[in-house]
Design a protein around this ligand. Structure first.
Ligand code: 3PG
Ligand code: CO
Length: 561
């Protein structure tokens, strides 16, 4: 990195604090937990930043973060990718859409391998993943296209293993998607394809764990899909776990536990008239994971593909010989899985690479739920430090998922302890931290829990600000996407939003040396997209005293003359 012509010199570090899922909403205490919580420290910080022209709003959804359309809400994967690489890459879902549009996906050797293996053993094609059109981990349209492609390739027996969403879409919309899928499968059956839903369960209870926080979830999914077994803990005298259809299972669950959201839906197995599971996996079958996003696909993929000697998380039982493919490659470093249908974005020139090459020290911290976000996604989907001599990454172990609603402070105080300690140590010039609460608690939909989460954020920000001030550094408050800023008292809003986010700078040694490009003003980027998360990397580099790389989207830092 080249030095900036007139760099600012600060004693302390540049600290970027990402309040995950803290979007800009309406100024309405009834619908906005942020307004209801009245986080005075954060509000004052934003107010001051505005006064000094050190504030702007950033786009955090749609094309500004590499998603197909303006109606695509932001998410942490694409958001942290954009922060960390300073550029906009077409993200997984867009690449998948393009591959379907061109037909390339069905011409790949990988696709032919899946089809050929299934045919050679007269096997079944199993497909599983998140069943919704949330477009964060998966999309219904893509699932239907995979089904059509499979049938066109001559597959005649298909079993679907579905994970109900309710987290990227409305919390009890599961049956809408089940109905759409059943309709589609019925059409396929008219054409002599034996296609059925075989198993299912809620995504936050079955299969889709991330960052190793709860392998039990993965085990439940494995038992369901592979062995056709609902684990004993999920069976009661009223809920047998075995049903003649997905709809029957879900309707019973709704009657028994009316307050349960889809994301926690109990697992179920669909059985035939003899009570036998219709979709147990057998030698010679093939399996496609239709999720494109990696974080919650890695563990189940490892469970399918890791050799016995390497798999220690639970006893998998009898292992059928299966061909397993991901819609995308979920980890491009360790190559999980080996077989995938669409190549993922290849992110180059990350900020971490540049900073390390220039000898800049940095620190990253988050709790388990978001640890990979602020490290792996931040570094362009690469795990681990780029340079251990210059970087330190810390993870604070999260509470179990089920406690997020009742403990909305989560591990934020402990993450803040680490963060404050890192700032105080004086060892790091660039410090980044993700506080998970506004997002994770936002996903519960519980208004009061969200208010408490925001109040907790306020206390954390106060402690961080005090420390940055003591060190004479710069504190930046921002977010990766919206979520917590719109809720209601019915708990009917659990998903992310398309809201913009704050980018507020509190420079404790500020003497008017620079300002930020004002809100709404076009950036110097040729694409005309306006200021978004991908403009942050160049901005931070300028604050650290460097010119931003030419490939980056433009800095929002405006030197005073
Ligand atoms: C999840 O995986 O929890 C949600 O689908 C997306 O949340 P995130 O993008 O904030 O991680
Ligand atoms: Co989220």
């Amino acid at each position: 990195l080249a030095p900036l012509a007139n760099p600012i010199h600060r004693e302390g570090p540049v600290v970027l604090l990402i309040l995950d899922g803290y979007g800009i909403g309406k100024n309405e205490a009834k619908e906005n937990p942020i307004v209801a919580a009245n986080p005075v420290v954060i509000n004052e910080l934003v107010h001051q930043a505005k006064e000094h022209h050190l504030y702007t709003r950033l786009k955090a959804h749609g094309p500004a973060v590499g998603l197909p359309s303006e109606s695509d809400m932001g998410n942490s994967e694409v958001g942290h990718n954009a922060f960390g690489c300073g550029q906009i890459y077409s993200q997984g879902t867009k690449l998948v859409d393009e591959s379907f549009a061109s037909g390339v996906i069905f011409r790949t050797p990988q696709w032919h391998q899946v089809v050929a293996e299934t045919a050679a053993h007269n096997g079944t094609l199993h497909m599983f993943g998140l069943l919704s059109d949330g477009n964060i981990h998966s999309h219904m349209n893509q699932i239907f296209k995979l089904l059509d492609g499979a049938v066109e390739s001559g597959i005649h027996k298909i079993r679907m293993h579905v994970l109900l969403d309710g987290r990227d879409v409305s919390p009890t919309s599961g049956l809408v998607y089940i109905n759409q899928l059943e309709e589609k499968l019925a059409k396929l059956r008219e054409h002599n394809v034996d296609a059925r839903i075989a198993t299912g369960g809620g995504r936050m209870y079955v299969t889709m764990d991330r960052y190793g926080s709860d392998w039990k979830m993965v085990q439940r999914g494995w038992e369901l899909m592979v062995h056709g077994v609902v684990m004993p803990e999920d069976v009661t005298s009223e809920y047998s776990g075995y049903f003649r259809s997905a709809t029957e299972a879900i309707e019973l669950g709704r009657r028994l536990w009316p307050a349960k959201q889809d994301q926690y839906n109990p697992p179920f197995v669909v059985v035939d008239e003899a009570g036998q599971p219709i979709g147990r996996m057998q030698d010679g079958d093939a399996v496609i994971n239709w999720n494109f996003r990696g974080d919650r696909a890695v563990q189940i993929t490892q469970t399918f593909t890791a050799p016995d000697a390497e798999f220690t998380h639970f006893a998998r039982g009898a292992m059928p010989r299966l061909t397993y493919a991901g819609l995308l490659e979920y980890d491009t470093e360790v190559h999980i899985p080996r077989l995938f249908l669409v190549p993922p974005p290849e992110i180059h020139h990350t900020m971490g690479q540049y900073l390390c090459a220039s000898g800049v020290t940095s620190y990253a911290v988050a709790e388990t739920h978001k640890y990979g976000h602020v490290t792996f996604f931040w570094n362009g989907n690469k795990s681990g430090c780029i340079d251990e001599h210059l970087e330190q990454y810390d993870c604070v172990e999260s509470l179990p998922n089920a406690q997020t609603e009742s403990h909305p402070e989560m591990k934020a105080p402990e993450v803040t302890d680490k963060l404050v300690e890192a700032i105080r140590s004086g060892r790091f010039r660039f410090v980044r931290c993700n506080l998970a609460n506004p997002d994770m608690v936002g996903h519960t939909g519980n208004f009061q829990s969200c208010v408490r989460a925001v109040q907790c954020m306020n206390q954390c920000v106060e402690r961080v600000a005090r420390e940055v001030e003591a060190r004479g550094g710069i504190l930046i408050i921002t977010a990766d996407h919206g979520n917590v800023e719109i809720k209601d008292n019915k708990g009917s809003k659990t998903s992310h939003t398309c809201a913009p986010v704050d980018f507020a700078v509190r420079d404790f040694a500020y003497h008017g040396e620079y300002t930020l490009l004002p809100e709404g003003q076009p950036t110097a980027d040729a694409d005309g997209l306006g200021a978004g998360l991908s403009n942050v990397a160049a901005t931070v580099m300028n604050m650290l005293g460097f010119e931003a790389p030419a490939v980056y989207r433009k800095s929002l830092y405006v030197p005073a003359h």
